[in-house]
Write a protein of this length. Structure first.
Length: 283
């Protein structure tokens, strides 16, 4: 069932919709916020806002272009990991890291002229795929006797700000582990990324249940989006959903099935999923 809320999607080409994915725009963006509240996680706060996702991403790109107008510290405006001098993805940008074709990259940030050593305190993640890992180290060679942090991307991410490297926490989008020695924020000398071993996904177009399209909500008008995507993946033997694309107002053409209540929804406001991507079972 849809009932009053337009679609939410983690895809770049999504329509106007609700965006609530524990992201922190801080001073980066000005969006029309209907409700903003602090999250219990260290990662920042969740914004419930009716936004055009494409416009949000354009604002992020424009912000980064402006920041790097007189600087060569940014490899490409499409880089997945953009590092900031301040916490909360604030102040000056100090460098970036991109994903290579073979999925691995590492930089001793003392070496390239386009990085500032011992400056980064937060990172903006953009267009990152589930299964990617980011690691940051105090030691330029990645020795784990000094401080280091590892961040696992659990779901596809369009925009997410990790506000500090000195925390261990987990939410719907990332799992972060911090090994403390004497502090890491403002002391990063190495960054690297790769993919989680065995992190494979399968995408299901037009997912169905009980011979009907899967409804967007687990119960009538509540627990929508991720809750039902996760449950559908688990009912089919997968670990959880990593991303999904919604399709609103399909009930009169292709009725949906509300999994939590085991009943059909055949009204115009009933919405479903265009696709769900599930994390494959661990080997």
């Amino acid at each position: 069932m849809w009932e009053g809320k337009s679609m939410i999607s983690t895809r770049r080409n999504s329509a106007v919709g609700w965006l609530c994915c524990s992201i922190v725009f801080g001073a980066l963006l000005a969006v029309s916020v209907s409700e903003a509240k602090e999250s219990p996680s260290v990662g920042g706060f969740c914004i419930d806002a009716t936004v055009d996702v494409n416009k949000v991403l354009e604002q992020v790109t424009g912000f980064l272009d402006e920041k790097f107008r007189d600087s060569n510290k940014y490899h490409s405006r499409g880089d997945e990991y953009v590092f900031f001098e301040g916490n909360d993805c604030s102040q000056n940008l100090v460098g970036s890291l991109w994903t290579t074709d073979h999925g691995r990259a590492s930089i001793n940030v003392k070496q390239p002229s386009w990085w500032k050593n011992d400056e980064a305190r937060s990172v903006l993640i953009q267009h990152a795929a589930a299964g990617e890992k980011l690691r940051v180290f105090d030691h330029p060679d990645g020795h784990q006797s000094d401080d280091w942090t590892e961040i696992l991307i659990k779901r596809d991410i369009e925009v997410y700000c990790v506000t500090t490297f000195e925390a261990s926490y987990e939410d719907d989008y990332i799992k972060m582990y911090y090994k403390r020695h004497n502090g890491l924020d403002g002391k990063i000398s190495r960054v690297e990324n790769d993919r989680e071993s065995g992190f494979d996904v399968t995408t299901f177009p037009l997912p169905r249940y009980m011979d009907y399209r899967v409804d967007f909500c687990e119960y009538w008008g509540t627990q929508c989006g991720w809750a039902v995507a996760d449950r559908w993946c688990q009912l089919n033997g997968y670990q959880r959903a990593t991303t999904w694309l919604a399709e609103p107002n399909i009930g009169t053409i292709d009725p949906t099935w509300v999994i939590g209540e085991q009943r059909r929804c055949d009204q115009d406001f009933c919405g479903g999923f265009a696709e769900i991507t599930c994390l494959n079972p661990a080997n």
